[in-house]
Each structure stands twice: as C-alpha cells, then as structure tokens.
Design a protein. Structure first.
Lengths: 144, 246
C-alpha cells in the first residue's frame, strides 16, 4: 500500500534536497578561483534557488518536524550566501562555517529521506488490512 | 483510486510544487505511479530528452499552462499531455490545446480534479509508445527515395547536426527516423524499432520522404553513432545487393 503522507513528505524532501544541491553547486563555483567569470544568468539562477529555499524551508522543515534542528543552520547558509559574488568575497572562516552548516542541513535531510524511503518500502509490501492491524497492535513505525 | 501499471511514469511541471500542490497531492495517492517534478520548461525538456515518461502534466495558470504544453507538444509529438488549470473561459486557448491533443482539466473542486486525473492515468495503461504523426508538420525537406537514397539524406542531415523527424512513406508502409543534433535517436517501422528499423529503411528505393525540423523523440532506441550505423548498414546493403546480383 501507499501512504499519502509519506509520499507527500518524500516529495517535499526531494524538492528541498534538489535545491540544496544546486545551491551547493553554485557556492562551489563561486569559490573556485579557476573560474573567474560569474555570468548574470548564473546569478539569476542562484537568486531563484535562494528564493525558493527562503520561502519553502520553514514549511518543509515543519512538515518533517525538523524546524528546531535545521531552521537556524539553513537561514545562516542563506544569509551568508547572498550571491555567487558574495560567496567569493567571504573570509576563510565564513566559508568554513558556510560549508559546515550546509553540510549539517544536507546530512540531516539525506538521513530523513533514507528513513522515509525505508518506510515506503515497508508499506509497499503490506496490504491496507495488514497495515491497520499492525497499527492497532503495535507501535507505529516512525520516520524520524 | 484506480491502479495504473507499475511502470507508469509522470513528469509534472509545476513552478511552485510546495505550495500549489493540489495535483501532486492527488497523484501521490495513486498506486503504481512514479512522479518526477520539475519547476521550469527547460528542465522538463532536458529530462524528457534523457528519460522516458508516459505522460506530462502541467499545473499552472491557464494561459501559461497551455503555452508550455503546446511548446512540449512541438518537441514530443507522441507524449500524452495534460494541463491542470483553474477554471477559465478562454475558449480559443482550449481549442488550441485540444487541436494539439492536449487534455485540460479546469477545475477547483478536488473531486473533479481527482476524477479527471484518475481517468487520465488509467488511460495511460497499455498506451502505445509508438510516436504519432506530427500535428502541425512543417516540412523543411521533401524528396523521393528514387532520387536520393535514405543513406544519402540521413548522411547530409547528420553532418549538418540536424534535430527533427524524417518520415518515409512507401508502398511498404510508413517509417520514422528521429535525429537529435546529428545523431539517430529513434527509428520505428511497423513493429521494428531502433537499428532494425534503420536497416530496413536503408533498403528502400521507392517512396518519398519529408523532414520536420525540431521534432524530438521521447524514446531512444538507437545508441550507436551515425558513422557506425552507416558503415554497418551500407555493408549489409552491399551484401544484399550481391545476393540480388546472384
């Protein structure tokens, strides 16, 4: 069987992770000294990803029940990385902090995604009747 | 919810999939569906070129959704497309979409939306993957196979890095070869697909052909470079001609 709530969480998480990965690609590009040119189009794409993350992170973290764990780190990353040019001008300490916080968010989201996929796999092998019986007599499986 | 086949894959274009998720929410409850979400048209085209999807769903404001769907139709003539839009009365746009074989659900009520999507997904079951005839063909090259062989015209098109669809019509039937940036991407002739279809078309000496620029196949059945195909098929053709000579 398929649980709509799990599917929705996975969808939100996949979209969120996709944006975090893209943000990281641009940050890496910005920090790469061998690539001196930053085009207006790259900056536009970066701003678009950042805008998506700014408006969606709170909602997605809320749906995943991870606001307290991730919200602060995510906002720090988004505030520091204001543009690709801005990333290039960060000090070494700020870059290290940016990378650590990005990694904290990405790792946690990745772990939750794995848990949700496991849950989905378990659910797929159950019929709705088996699922409801297991909910009646056992503790429900939790994603996180 | 009705069951779709296990392989049913949907690509959903939605610029705001987190907050405007009525369609995604309904699709998430359907068994046997694999859904991939993209936020922009360019992402959608890139993914459709790389992967095979059974259908494409656009969820957006009416005018934008129809515009994007028509754009996708021009590049992927065999793809099933649906627009999910809020209720609106632009009958011209509806007519234009229907002309392009694009289905539209214009509804705010979730049960109607749900019913429409379920019917669409159910119709995908057992749907043929064979590309259909272009809706609005714009022939940029027309000719006869008795003047130019298939090998010659394909060689010319591949060398000039063309993307589009060749349609060959003869007494044997119709066949299609899809090019993408100078490479053969997909070929179909009756039940034959891929290199077997290309080999068959190479042998045709009668019939006519036309080329439609910019039509790209969603499917990829040919993976070898054009030069390899050409050499192999010419060799086979020579062997065939030798046999004919005997």
């Amino acid at each position: 069987m398929r649980d709509k709530k799990v599917e929705t969480k996975l969808r939100l998480l996949t979209l969120q992770l996709e944006n975090w990965k893209r943000l990281h690609d641009f940050i890496t590009y910005g920090l790469d000294k061998a690539r001196p040119i930053i085009s207006a189009e790259q900056e536009r794409q970066f701003t678009e990803i950042r805008a998506n993350l700014l408006q969606e992170t709170e909602y997605v973290f809320g749906a995943l029940n991870t606001v307290s764990d991730l919200s602060g780190k995510a906002m720090n990353v988004l505030q520091r990385a204001s543009s690709i040019r801005g990333v290039r001008e960060l000090t070494n300490d700020e870059i290290r902090r940016l990378e650590t916080e990005w990694n904290g968010v990405f790792t946690k989201l990745g772990v939750i995604q794995g848990q949700l996929k496991t849950l989905r796999k378990d659910l797929a092998s159950q019929t709705p009747i088996q699922y409801y019986i297991s909910r009646l007599f056992m503790r429900p499986a939790r994603a996180h | 919810m009705p069951l779709a086949s296990a392989e049913t894959r949907l690509l959903v274009l939605n610029a705001d999939p987190v907050f405007e998720d009525a369609t995604l929410d309904i699709l998430a409850g359907m068994d046997g569906l694999e859904i991939q979400v993209v936020r922009s048209l360019s992402e959608a085209i890139a993914i459709l070129l790389e992967e095979n999807f059974d259908a494409f769903v656009v969820e957006a404001e009416a005018a934008s959704a129809v515009d994007q769907a028509i754009h996708i139709r021009q590049h992927f003539p065999s793809l099933r497309i649906m627009c999910v839009v809020p209720p609106w009365k632009a009958t011209d746009a509806i007519a234009a979409a229907q002309e392009q074989n694009i289905k539209i659900i214009a509804s705010r009520t979730s049960w109607r939306l749900s019913r429409g999507l379920a019917a669409f997904v159910q119709a995908l079951e057992g749907a043929s993957a064979t590309p259909s005839e272009g809706i609005d063909p714009c022939h940029s090259l027309i000719g006869n196979l008795n003047q130019f062989s298939a090998a010659e015209i394909l060689q010319m098109s591949c060398l000039s890095q063309r993307s589009g669809r060749f349609t060959f019509k003869s007494s044997r039937g119709n066949s299609e070869i899809y090019l993408q940036q100078g490479s053969v991407r997909h070929a179909v002739y009756g039940s034959l697909q891929g290199e077997a279809a290309v080999a068959e078309i190479f042998r045709w000496r009668q019939g006519r052909f036309y080329f439609e620029e910019g039509i790209i196949s969603q499917e990829q059945t040919v993976n070898r470079p054009w030069a390899h195909l050409l050499i192999d098929n010419l060799q086979k053709l020579d062997e065939t001609m030798e046999l004919v000579g005997v």
